[in-house]
Design a protein around this ligand. Structure first.
Ligand SMILES: O=c1ccn([C@@H]2O[C@H](COP(=O)(O)O)[C@@H](O)[C@H]2O)c(=O)[nH]1
Length: 273
């Protein structure tokens, strides 16, 4: 999917919501556990109930890898279901990959070619030759960790290196990578106050913003500092939506939570028109 197509979907749906599919067998409704593939059945129900309210879905691969081969199969079925039934949805493999160049190429092939995700999250720590293999894929997006939502972000990311915070170095350095137009960045919703500085460095890039909902990030604060002329934000909520209920009505409850966020986003988009 191109960035322009993503922007088109945002205006069409009046939403820049990304729903995180972080499926945990211990948190899902008990009746689904009898299904042949409970993880896929859970995802399918959530997707069918919320697809009109969201522009993106983000399975975090950890929640699938934890179940071995069966988990990978559930992930593959989920992405195939999204691509076949809702081809206008932007898909994100939250896998936080990155390695020496030839290995990164294999990661990129796995997520972009084999699984056909639109994007994958990548850690910047190994630098240019670990990121550029992902950027080589046309109309695929590499979402680089810039300033993450967790407390540990302050261990390294906000520390100064040669007079500048490391997350700023990541943003500035990565802009010069080959095919950097395929870059997006992760910025945690819990760090909204950093967004105006971030926008000075990457005014036009899309930012994936996790941390609204369970981690306490505030949508309005993020929008105040993070919106750009093309919206430029994908706001993720995982647990806050998919585990709104663990009863038979789980998908309906997830849709209600998603609707609350979508209505807030619609209002924000109307205000900046
Ligand atoms: O900085 C980051 C980067 C990634 N994540 C991931 O996003 C979701 C958030 O889930 P919630 O349940 O809405 O808290 C999860 O997959 C994280 O691994 C992040 O939270 N922060």
């Amino acid at each position: 999917m191109t960035t322009q197509e993503l922007v088109g979907q945002i205006y069409k749906k009046q939403s820049f919501l990304c729903i995180g599919l972080d499926v945990d067998l211990h948190k899902m409704p008990k009746h689904l556990l009898d299904a042949k593939d409970p993880i896929f059945e859970f995802n399918k129900a959530i997707i069918d109930a919320t697809h009109h309210l969201a522009v993106a879905y983000k399975p975090n691969t950890a929640f699938y890898e934890a179940y071995g081969i069966k988990g990978w199969q559930s992930l593959q079925k989920t992405i195939q279901y999204l691509n076949s039934n809702y081809p206008d949805i932007f898909t994100i493999a939250d896998a936080k990959r990155g390695d020496i160049g030839n290995t990164s190429t294999m990661y990129a092939k796995a997520f972009f070619e084999d699984m056909e995700f639109d994007s994958v999250t990548v850690a910047p720590y190994m630098g240019k030759d670990s990121v550029e293999p992902f950027l080589a894929f046309k109309n695929k997006h590499t979402i680089l960790l810039a300033l993450t939502s967790n407390q540990g972000a302050f261990d390294f990311q906000t520390k100064e290196v040669e007079g500048k915070e490391l997350y700023k170095q990541v943003l500035e350095t990565s802009i010069a990578y080959k095919n950097s137009e395929n870059l997006m960045y992760v910025v945690g919703a819990t760090k909204a106050e950093y967004l105006s500085d971030i926008r000075k460095i990457v005014p036009n890039s899309f930012l994936l913003v996790p941390g609204v909902g369970a981690q306490g990030g505030n949508l309005k604060e993020v929008c105040k500092y993070g919106l750009n002329t093309q919206v430029g934000l994908l706001i993720n909520s995982s647990r806050g939506i998919i585990y709104a209920s663990n009863d038979a009505d789980f998908a309906k409850s997830a849709a209600s939570k998603a609707l609350e966020l979508q209505e807030e986003m619609k209002q924000i988009l109307e205000e900046i028109k």
